[in-house]
Design a protein around this ligand. Structure first.
Ligand code: DON
Length: 560
C-alpha cells in the first residue's frame, strides 16, 4: 500500500507538471549532434563527448554511466537493456545486455514468493558488459574508455540534485526502512528532506565506476566488486554468484527489420518483444489509411487498439529468450499481419478473449529510461535500459554503491498456470538458468535510403511498445514534427485486460464516448495519468537534428 501511495504521489507530481505545461515546446535544433534523455547532466555529458570527437556510441556509453548516477530510479550498472545502433549508412545492429537468470534459478522460484524488493528478484546485471561491447565494436576510437566513464565518476563524487530527484529520493528513503544500505547511500546525511541544489555524494559508486574505468567490465564482473555482489547475495538470500557474473556475456543480435510506408523500421530483437511488436503492429496498420481517420478520433484509436491487442496476444504466446525458445519468423511478415486483420471490424471492438481465450498477462510495475542520440556523421543510437521497477530491488550492494535490478519478475511466475485473471504461465518465458527474461523495451530507429531519420523509444513496461507506435504513426501518418509527435496524447491496449487506457482520461469525454460506442472499455492509466517518456531525435531532410525531450517528465535535449 505504501509503495502504491508512493508511486501515486510521484506520478501525480509528474502528471501535474504535464498538465501545468501551458503549450507544447519546440524541439531543440542543432546542426551536428543531439542527445535527448531524462537527466540534464547526463545529456550534457553525452553532448560533450560528441563535441570531443566521440561518436553516438561513445556518447551513449557516457550517458548510460552518467544516468546510473543521476537517475538512479532506472539508470543503472546493476540492470540491463538494449542498444540499437544505426550507422550513418547501412544496416543497424543490436547490443543486447538483458539480465540473465542465475545458474541456481528454477522455473518455480516465484510460485510462492514474488516479493520484488528482495535479493532473489535480481538477475545477473548486463549493463557494464553491454556498454563495453558497444564501445569496443562501434565506438569511434577517438575517445578512450576512461574518458567516457569519467563524467559518471565526477557526478558520483558530487551531483547537485534537481527538484525532481530531491523529492523522489526523499520519498523513497522514507519508504525503505527494510533497505538500510539504500537509505545510507541515498538519504540526506543527518536525515531530513533533500532540497533542489543539495549535493548528493556517492563515494562507493564512484569507486566502482573507477574500477570499471580502469579495468573495463572485468572491474565489475570479477575482483572486489564481484566479491561484494556475491557477499550481498549470500547475506540477503539471493542467487547471483561470482561464477554467474564471470559467465555473463552481452550479445550482438541482428536488429528486427520491417518497413512502413517507405521507411525502414529497425527494432530490438528478442528477448525483447519490442522490435517484433512494433513491426507487427505497423504491418497491420499499413493496410489502412490512418491519416484519413484524423489524429485524435475514435476511429484512429479504435484501429490502433485493435492492432495492439492482436500483437500483444502474440507477445504472450510466442516471445522469449531466442537462445531457449524458437520465436516464429512470420510474426513480422506482411501476409501474417493481413491475416490477423481479417477479423478487424471498423465498427466494433473485437473482444480480446476471442483472439486467444486462455492466455492473459499480469500487471507490470514501472520504471525504465530511454535515450536517443545522433552524431555529426548521422549515426543513431537508441538505448533503453532498466532496473525493472523504480529503484529496482532497492538492494544496494554494500561497499559498491549501486542498486540491483528486480528483473527476474519479468519471467512468467507459475509454470503452466495461465488464467483470465492475470497469471501467465506460458512456456516461452519461464525461468531457466542462464535464460534472459522477456522484455518490452523498444529502442527504435526509422530510416530512409539507409540513413536514420527518427531515433525513438520510451520506458513504461508493456506500454513502451504502444508509446513507440503512437510516436511513429504521429510522425509518419500525421506529419507531426518530432516534438508534437512526442507530446501528443497516447493510448495503450495490451490485449488483456480488454480495455483501452487513455492519457488525459477523463478530460476527453467525446473521445471516450466514441470509443465506448464502438464497444471498447475505456480506462485511465493508474496510478499515473501519463504514458511513458519518449525522448527522441528527428533528422530533417536538410540534416538539422531536432531533439525532443518529453514534457511528461524532466528531461533535456542537448545539441551542438
Ligand atoms: O524490460 C521490460 O519490459 C520491463 N522490465 C520494463 C519496465 C519498465 O519499463 C517500467 N517503466 N517505466
Amino acid at each position: 500500500m505504501r509503495r502504491f501511495l508512493s508511486a501515486l504521489l510521484t506520478t501525480l507530481a509528474v502528471a501535474a507538471s504535464l498538465h501545468a505545461q501551458p503549450a507544447p515546446r519546440q524541439a531543440v535544433t542543432a546542426k551536428q549532434g543531439m542527445v535527448t534523455c531524462v537527466s540534464p547532466p547526463a545529456a550534457e555529458a553525452g553532448s560533450k563527448i560528441l563535441q570531443k570527437g566521440g561518436n553516438a556510441v561513445d556518447a551513449a556509453v557516457t550517458v548510460a554511466f552518467a544516468m546510473a548516477v543521476t537517475y538512479p530510479s532506472a539508470g543503472n550498472i546493476g540492470g540491463g537493456g538494449f542498444m540499437l545502433i544505426h550507422p550513418p549508412a547501412g544496416e543497424p545492429t543490436v547490443i543486447e545486455y538483458r539480465e540473465a537468470a542465475p545458474a541456481a534459478a528454477t522455473a518455480d522460484m516465484f510460485v510462492k514468493n514474488r516479493d520484488p524488493l528482495t535479493h532473489r528478484a535480481a538477475g545477473v546485471p548486463g549493463t557494464v558488459r553491454g556498454l563495453e561491447m558497444a564501445f569496443k565494436k562501434y565506438g569511434s576510437g577517438k575517445v578512450t574508455w576512461a574518458e567516457v566513464v569519467e563524467p559518471a565518476i565526477q557526478l558520483a563524487e558530487s551531483w547537485p540534485l534537481e527538484a525532481w530527484s530531491a523529492r523522489s529520493l526523499t520519498r523513497l528513503v522514507r519508504e525503505s526502512p527494510k533497505h538500510p544500505e539504500f537509505c545510507r547511500c541515498f538519504g540526506k546525511p543527518g536525515g531530513g528532506e533533500w532540497k533542489a541544489g543539495d549535493i548528493l555524494r556517492q563515494p562507493d559508486l564512484a569507486k566502482t565506476l573507477r574500477a570499471i574505468a580502469e579495468r573495463g567490465s572485468a572491474g565489475f564482473y570479477t575482483g572486489p566488486v564481484a566479491e561484494m555482489i556475491e557477499k550481498e547475495m549470500k547475506a540477503g538470500g539471493g542467487l547471483i554468484t561470482q561464477a554467474d557474473l564471470a559467465a555473463y556475456q552481452a550479445k550482438e543480435r541482428p536488429a528486427i527489420h520491417g518497413t512502413y510506408r517507405g521507411y525502414d523500421v529497425w527494432g530490438a530483437s528478442p528477448p525483447s518483444s519490442g522490435g517484433i511488436g512494433i513491426v507487427e503492429m505497423l504491418n497491420m496498420l499499413e493496410g489502412h489509411d490512418l491519416k484519413s481517420l484524423g489524429a485524435d478520433t475514435p476511429a484512429r484509436w479504435h484501429l490502433t487498439a485493435e492492432v495492439m491487442k492482436r500483437a500483444f496476444r502474440d507477445r504472450a504466446r510466442w516471445i522469449g529468450d531466442p537462445d531457449f525458445v524458437t520465436v516464429p519468423t512470420n510474426l513480422i511478415e506482411k501476409p501474417y499481419a493481413r491475416s490477423l486483420m481479417s477479423t478487424f471490424d471498423p465498427n466494433k471492438a473485437t473482444p480480446s478473449a476471442s483472439l486467444a481465450g486462455d492466455i492473459t498477462i499480469a500487471p507490470e510495475p514501472e520504471n525504465t529510461t530511454h535515450f536517443s542520440i545522433v552524431d555529426a556523421e548521422g549515426r543513431g543510437v537508441s538505448n533503453t535500459y532498466t532496473l525493472e521497477e523504480s529503484y529496482g530491488s532497492r538492494v544496494v550492494v554494500r561497499g559498491a554503491g549501486f542498486i540491483l535490478n528486480n528483473e527476474m519478475l519479468d519471467f512468467n511466475h507459475i509454470p503452466g498456470v495461465t488464467t483470465q485473471k492475470g497469471k501467465v504461465g506460458t512456456p516461452a518465458n519461464l525461468v531457466a538458468p542462464g535464460k534472459r527474461m522477456l522484455s518490452s523495451q523498444t529502442p527504435t530507429i526509422l530510416a530512409k535510403g539507409g540513413k536514420p531519420v527518427l531515433v525513438t523509444g520510451s520506458p513504461g513496461g508493456r506500454t513502451i511498445i504502444n508509446t513507440v507506435l503512437c510516436i511513429v504513426t504521429n510522425v509518419v501518418d500525421f506529419d507531426m514534427d518530432v516534438q508534437a509527435a512526442v507530446d501528443f496524447p497516447r493510448i495503450h491496449h495490451q490485449w488483456l485486460p480488454d480495455e483501452i487506457r487513455l492519457e488525459r482520461y477523463p478530460d476527453r469525454q467525446e473521445l471516450v464516448a466514441g470509443l465506448e460506442k464502438l464497444g471498447h472499455k475505456v480506462t485511465r492509466h493508474q496510478p499515473s495519468r501519463f504514458q511513458g517518456d519518449g525522448h527522441s531525435v528527428w533528422i530533417a531532410p536538410d540534416g538539422t537534428r531536432h531533439g525532443a525531450a518529453d514534457r511528461r517528465i524532466m528531461g533535456k535535449a542537448a545539441g551542438y
